[in-house]
Write a protein that binds this ligand. Structure first.
Ligand code: GDP
Ligand code: MG
Length: 225
């Protein structure tokens, strides 16, 4: 038992998370703020790193988020499938001060669904919430779109740091929860399998003339569920 607990603690999770959204919405700065607590007022694609690994603590466990940033290729609509491959999480970013970037969200969602090989935990991120006077997309509009598409939603500012960690952590926590549930389900299945074996023995012990009842108990049992 003690060995098990130790194993659990040293278990390593690495989640690939991609940043997507139109050019200049602040993807690179969200990552710079989250991973290094830095901000670049006049950033161009030059600060783009391929990915950055960041530790996140979930329920006292350390999880590693491998966060991928584009090198500006979204400007040419040329984000390749390699970028999406293996991703389990996504931050879909728009700029609350440029409606056009909000209108692109549908296209990005399509792209994500086309290129990713599984259900990706996605959060819609309205960035640049500090630009209050220049706002072109209301919070309610962002929320409504997220609800309609089944996404998480948050507004952030890479400039003043608000909600940046929350945005990444929400995604990591949800992936972790899904994974935990899957692990628990597979453990339950193992328990069920054992019960099935026990039941099978009971079935063999049924009197011969009662074959129908035997079949029913097989079908109603855990093996078929
Ligand atoms: N006011 C404000 N500007 C931001 C914010 N995030 C990024 N920017 C600026 O927006 C521009 C584009 O940011 P960048 O991170 O390169 O966008 P990317 O093309 O999506 O990676 C840069 O000039 C940033 O300084 C923010 O939260 N607030
Ligand atoms: Mg960038």
């Amino acid at each position: 038992m003690a060995l098990n607990t130790e194993e659990e603690q040293t278990e390593d999770y690495l989640f690939k998370i991609v940043l997507i959204g139109d050019s200049a919405v602040g993807k690179s700065n969200l990552l710079a703020r989250f991973a290094r607590d830095e901000f670049y007022p006049n950033s161009k694609s030059t600060i783009g790193v391929e990915f950055q690994t960041q530790k996140v603590e979930i329920n006292g466990k350390e999880v590693k988020a491998q966060i991928w940033d584009t090198a500006g290729q979204e400007r040419f609509r040329a984000v390749t499938s390699a970028y999406y491959r293996g991703a389990v999480g996504a931050l879909l970013v728009y700029d609350i001060s440029r409606r056009q970037t909000f209108e692109s969200i549908g296209r990005w969602l399509n792209e994500l669904q086309t290129h990713s090989d599984m259900n990706v935990v996605t959060i819609l991120v309205g960035n640049k919430s500090d630009l209050k006077d220049a706002r072109e997309v209301t919070t309610a509009e962002g929320k409504a779109l997220a609800e309609a598409q089944g996404l998480f939603f948050i507004e952030t500012s890479a400039l003043d740091s608000s909600n940046v960690s929350s945005a990444f952590e929400t995604v990591v926590r949800e992936i972790y929860n899904i994974l935990s549930r899957k692990v628990m389900q597979s453990q339950e299945l193992k328990v069920k399998d054992t019960e099935c074996l026990t039941n099978a023995k009971t079935v063999v012990l049924q009197p011969e003339g009662n074959q129908e009842a035997v079949e029913q108990s097989k079908q109603g049992g855990c093996c078929s569920s």
